[in-house]
Design a protein around this ligand. Sequence first.
Ligand SMILES: Cc1cc2nc3c(=O)[nH]c(=O)nc-3n(C[C@H](O)[C@H](O)[C@H](O)COP(=O)(O)O)c2cc1C
Length: 174
Amino acid sequence: MINETLDSIFNRKSFRKYSEKTVDDETLQLLIDAAMQAPSAVNRQPWEFVVIKDQEMKEKVAACNPYASFAKNASAIILVCGNMEKALPGPSQIMWVQDCSAASENLLIAAQSLGLGAVWTGVYPSPERMNALEELLNLPENILPLAMIPVGYPESEKSTHKKVNPVTVHYNVW
Ligand SMILES: Cc1cc2nc3c(=O)[nH]c(=O)nc-3n(C[C@H](O)[C@H](O)[C@H](O)COP(=O)(O)O)c2cc1C
């Protein structure tokens, strides 16, 4: 019963090595459009995206996460951010994290479906990484960075590791 959507989900994997081929603007936009189709609490859609294509900026952005230095070799880095002015008020504001995470996962699955290589590299909740990006990219105070996602054409094919684990499923009661 595998269709194209499930195929992209089951075959999605992180790519950290990219070829020199450029991902065109139309394709980058398609990835962001897919991200924006994600569900969000009370449909607030509290996301914003920063697309980094300039080589010097990619190097500086990659350096903001010690585990994402490879991002400088991607065709582009898409930074997924939450806009606190669009997020829910009060104690529910933190739901921007789930909302922007859903958007990030949509983006990754869309990338997989298009034969692109991408990987989620974490920013939130690390204060060091968030501060570094806020300063570097001149983010307004209400914009919080969640994840930076380098995108490129994969340098080589990669097999998918199976993660399906029936033991983690509980029925009716634990
Ligand atoms: C919140 C989050 C933070 C992550 N941060 C990093 C990171 O900083 N650097 C990195 O190389 N991968 C990062 N990853 C990717 C994971 O390492 C990867 O998803 C995991 O090893 C499973 O591999 P797969 O994506 O190929 O299934 C992150 C993933 C998530 C969800």
